[in-house]
Design a protein around this ligand. Structure first.
Ligand code: NAG
Ligand code: NAG
Ligand code: NAG
Length: 221
């Protein structure tokens, strides 16, 4: 494999993502029938793509065991960190940021694979990220059960003040986030009730906090 082929393969994968076809079989993507995307056949042969994807390894097996000790995600973390570094150096995050988590569908032999019953995929790798207000990923790490792996670069000096969703209020940051309904601190009025009108919101204030409870459906909040 040479660099051109490698870039072609990465480009092909990006296209599959844009087509929202990352879960579709190569066979269907490369088909000359209605499911096929002609542009993929212009990039490389299906057989070649299949071989490259099967053979591709993102890590050096000889140093694998040493790295695995400190970082359970070692086999993918070098490339992952390189990609995130590019996000951070190529994109300026706005004043409204969000701490979010996302589940990348995956089922395989991987001990930091998560089970999240409320996500569509349920099984996968959990990524913790800082996203822009429009959901563009900025910083991120692979959640392996013990917080960021030791070599995760610290979020590099944002001098700007950000409004972050989901973390504690410190250093003049304002924070927006969701609360689990079972928190004992939530006043009873804010919990689901059958007489609260659908699409209504109830607000509660303290000096520093605002709590809003929205009713998306009857008997829910
Ligand atoms: C996302 O928002 C930022 C500003 O916060 C803007 O610069 C960027 O173009 C937006 N991206 C998209 C894809 O809308
Ligand atoms: C609640 O809001 C949604 C979205 O705006 C709307 O489709 C729905 O009809 C509303 N329901 C009621 C009961 O007002
Ligand atoms: C388009 C652009 O600015 N690309 C830069 C993204 O960041 C990397 C460094 O991580 C630079 O090498 C690229 O030039």
């Amino acid at each position: 494999m040479n660099v051109t082929e490698m870039n072609a393969l990465l480009g092909l994968l990006v296209l599959c993502y844009i087509f929202k076809s990352s879960r579709e079989s190569l066979n269907s993507l490369f088909s000359t029938g209605i499911t096929g995307r002609p542009i993929l056949r212009c990039i490389m042969l299906e057989k070649k793509c299949h071989i490259l994807l099967r053979a591709m390894r993102l890590y050096d097996k000889s140093t694998h065991l040493v790295r695995e000790e400190n970082d359970p995600a070692a086999p993918i973390s070098d490339i992952y960190k390189a990609i995130v570094k590019n996000f951070m150096s190529n994109y300026s995050i706005g004043a409204f940021a969000c701490v979010a988590e996302t589940l990348v569908p995956f089922r395989g032999r991987c001990h930091f694979q998560m089970y999240m019953p409320k996500k569509a995929a349920r099984h996968g790798l959990k990524l913790v990220c800082i996203t822009d207000s429009n959901s563009s990923m900025y910083d991120s790490y692979i959640y392996t059960g013990k917080g960021p792996y030791s070599s995760h670069p610290k979020s590099e000096g944002h001098s700007q003040k950000h409004n972050i969703c989901g973390v504690t209020v410190e250093n003049g940051l304002t924070v927006t986030g969701t609360l689990r309904g079972n928190k004992p601190q939530i006043p009873a009025e804010f919990l689901p009730q059958k007489d609260r009108p659908v699409n209504s919101s109830l607000y509660g204030f303290t000096k520093e906090l605002t709590l809003v409870s929205f009713v998306p459906k009857k008997k829910k909040s």
